[in-house]
Design a protein around this ligand. Sequence first.
Ligand SMILES: NC(=O)C1=CN([C@@H]2O[C@H](COP(=O)(O)OP(=O)(O)OC[C@H]3O[C@@H](n4cnc5c(N)ncnc54)[C@H](O)[C@@H]3O)[C@@H](O)[C@H]2O)C=CC1
Length: 477
Amino acid sequence: MDAPTTTSADNGTSGGGAGWFTPHTQPETTPGSEREASEGNRLAGMRPVGRTTADTETDQQRENAGQPVVTAPATDPYVPAQRSTSSAPPPAPAAPQTAVPARAEQASPDAVLIRRTMAEVAPVADKVTSYFYALLFVRHPDLRSLFPAAMDTQRDRLLKALLTAAEHVDNTPVLVDYLQNLGRGHRKYGTRPEHYAAVGECLIGALSKYASGVWHPEMEAAWVRTYTTISQVMIDAAAADELRAPAWWYAEIVAHDLRTRDVAVLTVRPNQPYPFLAGQYASVETPWWPRIWRHYSFASAPRHDGLLTFHVKAVPAGWVSNALVHRSRPGDILRLGPPAGSMTVDHTTDSGLLCLGGGTGIAPIRALVEDVAEHGERRPVEVFYGARTDHDLYDIDTMLRLQQTHPWLSVRAIIDQHAHLQLPDAIRQYGPWSGYDAYLSGPPGMIRNGVDALRNVGIPSERIRHDSVEELVGAGD
Ligand SMILES: NC(=O)C1=CN([C@@H]2O[C@H](COP(=O)(O)OP(=O)(O)OC[C@H]3O[C@@H](n4cnc5c(N)ncnc54)[C@H](O)[C@@H]3O)[C@@H](O)[C@H]2O)C=CC1
């Protein structure tokens, strides 16, 4: 679930021009390897800007300290779009869901060429993916250790993230935000600036092979420009982040509460302060599946004791979720990536909050309620909590307790078995919702249907917030 943007609105497209971002610095032109040299000048533009002093010091300090240098995949699956945030190695940036594809007449020349490539390779996406990783690991075997041992479930995340980002080159504000989060999130994998050139080289190698029917020098130049921009934003964001935050946090499990057969509430204590906002999420790595990270929303607002809580549902074939629910115990140590996501409360307004939480999606909704309470505001908060059965309402007691304490809060449970309507449709029976901002959290299908239902009751897209569906698809396993 790494990725940005929380609204369902079109975040705009810059359109026209030579690109959506101008790097602050020119790509470094230090001598490359023999292979790079043999690739000619085309890759020169891909070399990331030189590392900063901060970069170097941080890596050295980390090694001197004997900390593991994480070599995780340069990509995380989660990408931003609605989860307004996200960070992970070239995790698959799910381009802003809210982003409306630029109309053809608005697209920049590079965007047109990028989309032409994408259309060409779409039917053979699996082959492109396999070839890309084969190239990467054959040409740069040292990068293999950055990825999980078993790549079945997420081998295409990096590539997906890059391609998604490239496809949205014209959607500047959302993409920059997304890429900055991605760059910060990649620090936990041990991604270094020089890795970006290797990835870019193999990306172009794979695309030029499978889009050979339409490939030409100007198309390659468009990819070089776009990838250079993408990588530069990520590198800069990571360098800035190194000055103020660790690449990851260790967190000890201090409580493990099995609420149902497959849902556990985990409370963890980070080894150092972990600043975040209610509504955000963290990537989590377990000791049993090194370098495999999954996103989980914080289930409470920041606490004075610094503890963090996650709701985890074990899903079939979900390595991380099953380990967290069925294997982990107090005393086990997890690793946490930086917080991400923009499904946060705007405290500059007094709009009401209409919150839809499906299943474990109630976790960030609860955090939002606590956040409103903590700010001492008396804005109306209406929570619709959906579950398949009564038994699956594992956190209803807490929500009802909050309702008793706060007169501005209303909590309604919508049980699939009892209701004639699914969760999102139930909101039509209440309202009006004109003075409300909407927050959705739950399975991808609920988010999609929920956005439609909310628009139908008159809530404009820019007032509908949720994490990216792309992230959610890969988040819970
Ligand atoms: N920030 C976020 O958006 C978060 C999302 N999640 C995601 O929430 C999901 C929770 O899984 P479960 O507890 O198994 O939920 P679930 O599959 O049991 O669904 C919970 C409820 O959501 C509603 N719902 C589900 N599918 C729907 C559809 N297609 N249309 C309309 N309503 C629908 C129904 O009311 C259902 O009872 C996971 O996919 C997890 O990744 C979890 C935490 C935070």
